[in-house]
Design a protein around this ligand. Structure first.
Ligand code: HEM
Length: 445
């Protein structure tokens, strides 16, 4: 990544994403949405999209604007699209949320806001997909293929979401209504399994090897993992559309998807173990240790999923299963990597221009891992406790767990802001001649 150009708006994406994560946690602490209301209730839809679009998708887009050019060793197709895309995503999400609140009777029923939100979100995601797709398409090597599969899944997710939004507003006719009645699991699988999980897997291969000084994962192995993952999503989306069309077979499609999803998780686990065992850096940095907890959460999610399916209890515990996948696996990984990416980019931005001309600190001098580790541990412990409390149907204890997650998150965000402000760098090397202090919310380039 050294020598790569710095994406100007990645920090703005991260800040926006973290703000939405705080909103989601505050809603859960207040008892808004699941488990106080059922999973498909409008309140839960608000919560789900604050987390899935506001937090995870925005953070992922911000990371990809920085990393796709690094993965393919080519400049981003257009740096200028990143900020308009963020504005469209934010406006689209806000419209969608107000529409959901109207659907649930908390606000006037301005259901036309749902299709408007969908169009704005499609415009925002469209800019991201075209920009990143055109960058990665020209050199689709290794992890970039995962990103391309993730972006294709994002298109499928947005297409389903838009049909639902038009149908909820009564603008999609009978076909739209039947897609809405049966297609929600397909939208969720394409979004969480395809877009977020496949992309996170691809980016994690590169980041883990880079930060642990490991050889890149054997391409034949990662291709096999990708093939299983892409097939899972392909079966869900194509098979799902066929099943909706013929009004039968959706359960078969979902079962095949589940088996392929499990195989993908197992293959990914094998690849990650390979990267860990081939590492040259024996002492693991905090971001890698914390990423390992997110891998444990992914393994836990797979295990819980298998046990629930075998005992016929999957539908009853779907909320706990999704919570562990979203906050343990995806959010845990994003937080761990965001902590390191911010340090790395801040270091590059501040000290890259004066390297060789003045003494500079190491990347690790920008962070205090001993202080930050306790906040991550609080976060993960709270997520696992929260999952158990959802399973045990203890809503008050669940809210306490989310309050604990919020405490962990406040601590992590405080550390990230300190990194950005170079607060932990000793003064003689903090700002050598010719170096500029970075701006909190965007890169100066
Ligand atoms: C263009 C963007 C999107 C739009 C317009 C959209 C719209 C919708 C709508 C209208 C529903 C509710 C369907 C109903 O009335 O039952 C829904 C459900 C859902 N969406 Fe999205 N969505 C979008 C993106 C995403 C993304 C990126 C994810 C995940 C990464 C996601 C995850 C979900 C999930 C999990 C549900 C089911 C929630 C539940 O039943 O509690 N959505 N979406």
């Amino acid at each position: 990544m050294i020598g790569a150009s710095i994406s100007r708006w990645t920090m703005s994406y991260f800040a926006t994403a973290l703000a939405w994560l705080f909103v989601a946690l505050a809603l859960m602490v207040a008892g808004f949405g699941y488990p106080a209301t059922h999973l498909a209730s409008p309140d839960t839809l608000v919560l789900v999209h604050v987390v899935c679009i506001g937090w995870l998708s925005v953070a992922m887009c911000g990371a990809l604007f920085q990393f796709v050019p690094v993965l393919v060793a080519k400049p981003l197709f257009s740096e200028k699209w990143a900020l308009p895309a963020l504005s469209l995503l934010t406006a689209g999400l806000a419209a969608l949320l107000v529409g959901f609140l109207g659907l649930g009777g908390r606000l006037p029923a301005w259901l036309w806001l749902l299709p408007i939100g969908a169009v704005l979100l499609i415009a925002g995601f469209g800019l991201v997909v075209v920009d990143l797709g055109l960058t990665a398409w020209l050199r689709p090597v290794g992890p970039a293929r995962f990103v391309l599969a993730g972006l294709a899944s994002l298109c499928a997710t947005a297409a389903f979401g838009a049909i639902f939004a038009f149908a909820d507003a009564g603008w999609a006719g009978s076909i739209g209504q039947s897609v809405l009645t049966t297609g929600v699991p397909l939208h969720a699988i394409a979004g969480l399994g395809g877009w977020l999980t496949l992309t996170a897997m691809g980016v994690s291969y590169r980041l883990l090897s880079m930060f642990m000084l490991s050889p890149d994962v054997d391409e034949r192995k990662s291709n096999m993992t990708l093939a299983a993952g892409a097939l899972a999503i392909g079966v869900a989306v194509v098979g799902g559309v066929v099943a909706i069309w013929f009004v039968s077979g959706l359960n078969v499609v979902l079962s095949i998807t589940a088996v392929l999803g499990l195989a993908t998780t197992a293959l990914y686990g094998r690849d990650v173990i390979g990267i860990f065992s081939g590492r040259k850096r024996r002492q693991l940095e905090l971001n890698t240790r914390m990423a390992a907890l997110s891998f444990a959460s992914l393994a836990g999610t797979a295990l819980v999923g298998v046990v629930l399916v075998l005992t016929g209890a999957f539908a009853a515990y779907l909320g706990a299963f999704a919570f562990l996948a979203i906050f343990g696996w995806l959010s845990g990984l994003v937080l761990a990597k965001l902590y390191k990416i911010v340090a790395f980019l801040t270091w590059l931005e501040t000290y890259g221009p004066v390297m060789g001309r003045a003494p500079t600190p190491r990347v690790q001098d920008l962070v205090s891992e001993a202080r930050a580790s306790k906040w991550f541990v609080i976060y993960y412990a709270a997520v696992w406790f929260g999952t158990l409390m959802l399973m045990a149907s203890q809503p008050s204890a669940f809210r306490a767990a989310v309050a604990m997650m919020t405490v962990g998150l406040i601590g992590i965000v405080r550390e990230v802001i300190r990194t950005r402000r170079l607060a932990d760098v000793a003064s003689p090397v903090r700002l050598p001649d010719g170096a500029c202090a970075p701006h909190l919310l965007f890169a100066r380039n």
